[in-house]
Design a binder for this molecule. Sequence first.
Ligand code: SF4
Length: 506
Amino acid sequence: MANKRKTAPVFKDYCTSQLMLLPPSLDEMIDANHPVRTVNRVIDEIKIDPIVDSYKGGGTSSYNPRMLLKVLVYAYLCNVFSSRKIESSLKENIHFMWLSGMSRPDHNTINRFRSERLANVLKEIFSQVVMLLVESGQVNLKEVYIDGTKIEANANRYSFVWGKTIKNSEERISRQMQELWDYTQKIAADELGDNSSEDFSEIDAEKVKETIAKIDSALQDKPIDKKVRRKLNYARKNWPKNLERYKAQKEIMGERNSMSKTDPDATFMRMKEDRMRNGQLKPGYNLQISTNNQFIVHYSHHPNPTDTTTLGSHLKEFKRLYETLPNVAVADAGYGSEENYVNLKKLKVKAYIKYNTFDKESKSKTALRFEYDRDNDCCICPCGRTMPRVDTRHRATKTGFLQKIARYQSMDCGGCSQREECCKGASNRTLEINHRLASLRAEAAEKLNSETGIYHMRKRCVEVEPVFGNIKHNKGFRRFMLRGSAKTEVETGLIALAHNLAKMAA
Ligand code: SF4
């Protein structure tokens, strides 16, 4: 068989030490529509005076704050959240190198800029970007869709401090202090002298120290029970410092019922993402956002796990940033409280907000119906009997909002065929009505069932939810890198800027 001649393969030139006559331009290597160009263009357009004002002036030259801001926003856009990884990207990734103008700040500089220079000023910068979106017609501030999500804090999951545990521990110390005092009174009443009556219901470190000193002096030469001796030694060593610690923790906790020792600003709350599937509460922050056209137009951080009480401060901040309020606010049933309905009405914001029983009421056909007779201020029960008002009481919610509750009671439920279904107890059926809330709910239901209401409620599902999906699922941002409320809020601002700019670039 004749030898078949094989053609030699041809390869392109390859030489890692090739010298270039002219240095390559990074700019030419970057696509015209690449998101990094959007970040560069938009951040160039905004004023960064609040950041510049935070520099002392004089001394060694600092890295350009505009460059650092661009790098951070672009890093969050690329799902790079760690300062060490950003530092690496500035040496390895041509987009970062182009954006930084080949500057190479190290991770300490990046981190200090993020947590110190941007704290308390990033929201102003974010609002300027939103105003650029408004001017370009991509968003409007008239209709906003509000919702919240919980993001885990950068804190140990077992670093909890519970308000209730502190209260129980203080009560236990009070009780045991009283027991020690009573014992001393029993065996050394004369030595205690005039100081024999003491009240330990209110206790602090000073009082414990003073009382133990008195007990020690009274029991000095007395034969005392071994258990009491041990208890006294333990109390002397531990109780004052424990009480000091409880006092400091209560001050940090404020109105909250828990906090993390690692990040004291974080509160323990139930997260949707429960990877361990054990329903365990985790330290985190409640992040509230307002969106329009799937752009984030406003964000706020809250320590309380429920959405209900966050709406007031969220909108107050909205007004401060944009000097206006939205005309329409759409939110889910988590926001449908009396306080929110009343406040939105006062602010002249049209609310499309469900209340917790809205869906149940719409579906339920068989529920027992009680009618209210406004003229006679009484209720008519399902079997037609009159229920006069028996009393009225006022109660304050956790936020101090006052509610008025009217109580009606049937005069006689005897012989009623519906008693088993209607009235569980032995006495006649009572009914509590918050008239203002009932009328606000009726108004809300009317709005929600209108054509516009149905449109907004449908749109709500494709407005806020996809934004959270993008942040948590696509970007993988489920846990903060930094600690403390101010610093985590900076991270939220960066992720919100990154979300908006990526959407702008797309
Ligand atoms: S149990 Fe009392 S309140 Fe209920 S339907 Fe019967 S009479 Fe009316």
